[in-house]
Design a protein around this ligand. Structure first.
Ligand code: UT7
Length: 329
């Protein structure tokens, strides 16, 4: 049976660090509030970097780690809701920048914080079906560009960053064992960013003030509660479908939105603290970048070994959610 495996990982963070103390000068907040309510101490902000430049940097690292040349990549999927341009897609730009062959399919998909796992799920299916052999999967977001920096309820939460993996086929009982993606558009109003489209010049409402600024808008409490329940269920779904139990998990890599959400999930699932990867304190919520950045740090800085079971889980605007169980090769 052919599965896909993660052959290499990479990540890229902007240079500028914005601490909670820096934010105290912008809005009515405190380091203490942000740390205790979210776990975040600082985040990275793209000033000279772009969605493309961070994606390319992360992708190059993933290709190098996998020992695969860009010329052999035959699929590029990017999860992002903050592309540099409306079109062409970030994936097309990455294709050109890396020198991936013309003709190779390259696409962006929009699933907010679940974007990376959505992209991974689709790439996994392309590899399993034999259509693709070397799939580049990227999760990237620059939420600093869609945040209202006067809104303390959102501006303290997010940061910028990118992560990437290179998927290749593998035979046997390792690689991506299970992967699931879901959405429920009924909850869209709990977490959204209005479009930046100009009002229609043909509308009678043009100029009537109905225009919403393109900033992240979130019902924090509602999102929090649903996130805990949904993430817990998504973990169970990935494990059951892979024929694994909670005890088999070596490392849980959850979307880094709030340490209190992660703690509640860990307690529900009875997964010990030392088996949960956290880097939210350094980067905040990097949306689609969150999981691949965490995965890259886990693989490079921690002893992730052959045979280890990694459980990846995300939740975001849409609502969207996704999970994947991976036996490391
Ligand atoms: O990645 C996609 C998924 N996103 C998430 O999963 C995020 C889910 N939500 C959350 O993480 C949390 O709901 C937040 C961190 C956003 C908020 O934490 P909370 O404990 O739910 O706080 P709250 O919204 O209930 O606000 C409590 C108080 C309020 O004051 P009052 O009304 O009690 O006087 C807020 O105005 O905290 C106030 N507050 C702040 N105070 C200082 C809100 N933001 C801030 C702030 N600094 N930055």
């Amino acid at each position: 049976m052919i599965r896909s495996k993660i052959a290499g990982t990479g990540s890229a963070l902007p240079e500028k660090i914005l601490t909670n103390h820096d934010l105290e000068k912008l809005v009515d907040t405190s380091d203490e509030w942000v740390k205790t309510r979210t776990g975040i101490a600082e985040r990275r902000i793209a000033v000279s970097e772009s969605t493309l430049s961070l994606s390319v940097k992360a992708s190059r690292k993933a290709l190098k780690a996998a020992g695969i040349s860009a010329k052999d990549v035959d699929l590029i999927i990017v999860g992002t809701v903050t592309p540099d341009m409306v079109f062409p897609s970030t994936a097309c730009f990455i294709q050109a920048e890396l020198g991936v062959k013309p003709g190779v399919p390259a696409l962006d998909l929009s699933a907010a914080c679940s974007g990376f796992l959505y992209a991974l799920d689709i790439a996994d299916k392309y590899i399993r079906s034999g259509i693709a052999k070397n799939a580049l999967v990227v999760g990237v977001d620059l939420f600093s560009r869609i945040i209202d920096w006067k809104d303390r309820s959102t501006c303290v939460l997010f940061g910028d960053g990118a992560g990437a993996v290179l998927l290749t086929p593998t035979k046997g009982k390792s690689g991506i064992l299970s992967s699931h993606i879901h959405s429920d558009g009924n909850h869209w109003k709990s977490l959204y960013t209005p479009g930046a489209l100009e009002p229609s010049p043909f509308s009678s409402e043009t100029g009537s003030g109905s225009y919403e600024k393109p900033f992240v808008t979130m019902a924090g409490n509602e999102t929090f509660k649903l996130a805990v329940k949904t993430i817990s269920n998504a973990c169970i779904e990935a494990l059951e479908s892979a024929g694994l139990s909670k005890e088999d998990v070596t490392l849980l890599i959850p979307h880094q939105a709030n340490t209190r959400i992660i703690k509640a999930v860990r307690q529900r699932l009875k997964i010990p603290e030392e088996k949960v990867f956290l880097n939210i304190q350094k980067y905040g919520n990097t949306s689609a970048g969150s999981i691949p950045i965490a995965l890259d740090e886990a693989v490079r800085n921690h002893p992730v070994k052959r045979g280890d079971v990694l459980l990846l889980v995300a939740f975001g605007g849409g609502f969207t959610w996704a999970s994947a169980a991976i036996r490391w090769t």
